[in-house]
Ligand binder design. Structure first.
Ligand code: UD1
Length: 331
């Protein structure tokens, strides 16, 4: 295997920081570009604490073309992993322009720099949200259905932009990674998910209820056609997801490749709550409330393509996800 110099945008964020750990542990060198809009500089030090290796850090906004150009001019970059982006679904409905601008322009700036500096590997952080309300399990060949929000649209559009750019410039190999529901934290408890304000996503909400920072979990609907009526998702441990990026980068071949990164297993909201309570021996009070607008009943991956082509599968189960999320909350 050849060791590479990888530019990780959004490398101080939740998935980005765990991916930096996995890249460094695999022997690669890492340059992080992050504006810290939803992350902290301390995370960069923690990556070093975990791995023993430092990263080169630039506090920059990836939508700024000249600034990004300077990074490429100063380093011999072999590959890009692009995480930087806004990711709150509800906020994207209220601030569509901010989402379209930030998430699309950053992809375009990086695609342009990749051509100028002959960087031939591009891994993009996409989401299972691009499938919309499709038939489960979601397989990469499904026709994408409209998502119900600007955030989802920015993911679908960025996928499209990178596909077209690679067609026009076949030297550029692209891997589009569609994440299912990343949760948990690094097992050291040093890095994890730190949402600003009240969390939107289930696991951080559960940990804050368990910690008594929030009074109780609101379970959004128990009348879905699922195992117990609550929403079913494919939760994936963030370190498995991080290792999926290393596999995608190491196995990148000519053209555009799409991979689901999930476990292939669906877990309902109540199953997750029970698992969390058992693993961590702590109570998570909850009440059932109305469905959340825009939610779908079930979302889980067909993971056979990633297994076949990347030789990657998720190794950690729900118990480890709950244990590590709780350890980070208490860290
Ligand atoms: C959400 C986004 C998705 C994004 C993903 C990133 C929406 C509608 N979708 O996915 O586009 O890619 O996060 O991680 O926001 N739940 C509760 N109570 C809560 C929070 C969630 O019952 O307080 C339920 C939801 O109804 C759902 C499940 O838990 O059934 C998971 O929700 P969440 O963690 O927000 O993820 P998604 O909605 O799957």
């Amino acid at each position: 295997m050849t060791f590479m110099n990888i530019l990780v945008t959004g490398g101080a964020g939740f998935i980005g920081s765990h991916t930096c750990v996995a890249l460094l542990e695999a022997g690669h060198q890492v340059i992080v570009a992050d504006n810290l809009s939803n992350s902290k500089a301390e995370t960069i030090d923690k990556i070093k604490q975990i791995t023993g290796y430092g990263v080169t850090f630039y506090r920059v906004d990836v939508t700024e073309e000249e600034t990004v150009d300077n990074i490429f001019a100063n380093h011999s970059i072999d590959g890009i992993i692009h995480f930087a982006g806004y990711k709150a679904v509800g906020e994207s409905v209220e601030k569509p322009l901010a989402y379209y601008y930030n998430n699309i322009v950053s992809t375009m700036v990086l695609a342009k720099a990749s051509k100028k500096y002959c960087v031939n590997r591009f891994v993009f952080s996409s989401s299972a949200t691009v499938y919309g309300e499709n038939e489960v399990p979601f397989v990469e060949t499904l026709e994408l259905l409209p998502t119900t929000n600007p955030y989802g649209e920015t993911k679908a559009m960025s996928e499209r932009i990178l596909t077209d750019v690679s067609r026009a410039n076949p030297e550029l190999s692209v891997s589009l990674l569609r994440y299912f529901n990343p949760v948990g934290a690094h097992e050291s408890g040093l890095i994890g998910e730190e949402p600003n304000g009240i969390p939107n996503n289930l696991m951080p909400y559960v940990t804050q209820v368990a910690k008594r920072k929030l009074d109780k979990l609101r379970v959004y609907g128990n009348d879905y056609p699922t195992v117990d009526g609550t929403g079913v998702r494919d939760y994936i441990h963030v370190m498995d997801l991080a290792e999926g990026h290393v596999a995608a980068l190491n196995n990148l071949t000519e053209g555009v490749h799409i991979y689901n990164l999930g476990t292939g297993q669906g877990t309902s909201v109540l199953q997750l709550v029970v698992a969390f309570e058992q693993v961590n021996n702590i109570e998570v009070p909850y009440e059932i409330v109305d469905r959340r607008p825009g939610d779908i009943a079930e979302c889980y991956a067909d993971v056979s393509k990633a297994k076949r082509e990347l030789n990657w599968t998720a190794k950690r189960g729900i118990a480890e996800m709950c244990r590590d999320a709780w350890r980070f909350e208490n860290g």
